[in-house]
Design a protein around this ligand. Structure first.
Ligand code: G3H
Ligand code: 13P
Ligand code: ZN
Ligand code: NA
Length: 283
């Protein structure tokens, strides 16, 4: 069933587990996510980035995800990932999305608060939940120093002010993860996470979770992360399977015989994440 983001995350917050939020931009990725959720009996968040919207078209991707979510036996939310443009956020609300992220984390704190607060008022009026970001979650390709990385991390006092003034439902925080594949091993600031959770007591979101070792994920969940964003690990599983399949079978040409196995490879990765995050069996 299609449900709001907060319905899924409030339960995760109370019971101390995390729900996977997986990026999609087409039919097969969406199938992989929904089938993984059904097979492991997990609640799940299906999210689309602004780039994903541009690729698939908002009406098309909304219809694909909403149709599959409504038919599913597990709770599923349709979420906008990193909405940096206010008008895109409004468009998702008009297309029946059940969760949106207003990401104004690049703006100064007061401006981030202002736009997020407006989105919260409008979205809540429509029964839609809101995620926002404070601190800066960069990419692994960003060439930044250790000091710059530290400065980009979420300040607990600012996070508390932000949550109080905006009324946001769940908050993405910067504690050392980055989008994309890691060169070395990421170092997470668990003390910072613990402090933020104690002060805010709301569901917290970990971005850039592809490539983070299992032990670090488990620890982050135990300290209060309730939504974990995964994109790169799914993309890599897709590409690995595709290369392997086409190399091994030079004759295959039916897209269904090519993309079907790629979907299964993505599904396996997603199922493993659901089990790791503690969401399996929680639907
Ligand atoms: O946060 C980034 C997500 O992995 C989406 O990436 O902008 O390439 O769709 P994208
Ligand atoms: P990864 O691609 O590193 O998994 O990050 C995904 C993400 O944070 C989407 O918002
Ligand atoms: Zn992200
Ligand atoms: Na990552």
């Amino acid at each position: 069933m299609l449900v709001t983001g907060i319905e899924i995350l409030e339960k995760a917050h109370k019971e101390g587990y995390a729900v996977g939020a997986f990026n999609t931009s087409n039919l097969e990725i969406t199938q992989a996510i929904v089938e993984a959720a059904e097979e492991t009996k997990s609640p799940v968040i299906i999210q689309v980035s602004e780039g994903g919207l541009k690729y698939a078209g908002i009406e098309t991707i909304s219809a694909i995800v909403r149709t599959m979510a409504e038919k599913a036996s597990v709770p599923i939310a349709l979420h906008l990932d990193h909405g940096t443009d206010f008008n895109t956020v409004m468009k998702c609300l008009r297309n029946g999305w059940t969760s949106v992220m207003m990401d104004a984390s690049k703006l100064p704190l007061e401006e981030n608060i202002k736009v997020t607060k407006t989105v919260v008022q409008i979205a809540h009026g429509m029964g839609v939940s809101v995620e926002a970001e404070i601190g800066k979650i960069g990419g692994t390709e960003d060439n930044i120093t250790v000091d710059e990385r530290e400065a980009a991390m979420t300040d607990p006092e600012e996070a508390l002010k932000f949550a109080k003034e905006t009324g946001v439902d769940y908050l993405a925080i910067a504690i050392g993860t980055a989008h994309g594949p890691y060169k070395g091993e990421p170092k997470l600031d668990f003390d910072r996470l613990k402090k933020i959770k104690e002060m805010l007591n709301i569901p917290l979101v970990l971005h850039g979770a592809s490539g983070v070792p299992e032990e670090a994920i488990k620890k982050a969940v135990s300290l209060g992360i309730n939504k974990i964003n995964i994109d790169t690990d799914i993309r890599q599983a897709f590409a690995r399977r595709l290369r392997d399949l086409l190399e091994k079978d030079r004759e295959v040409y039916d897209p269904r015989k090519i993309l079907g196995p790629c979907k299964d490879a993505m599904k396996e990765v997603i199922k493993q994440k659901m089990i790791l995050f503690g969401a399996a069996g929680k639907a």
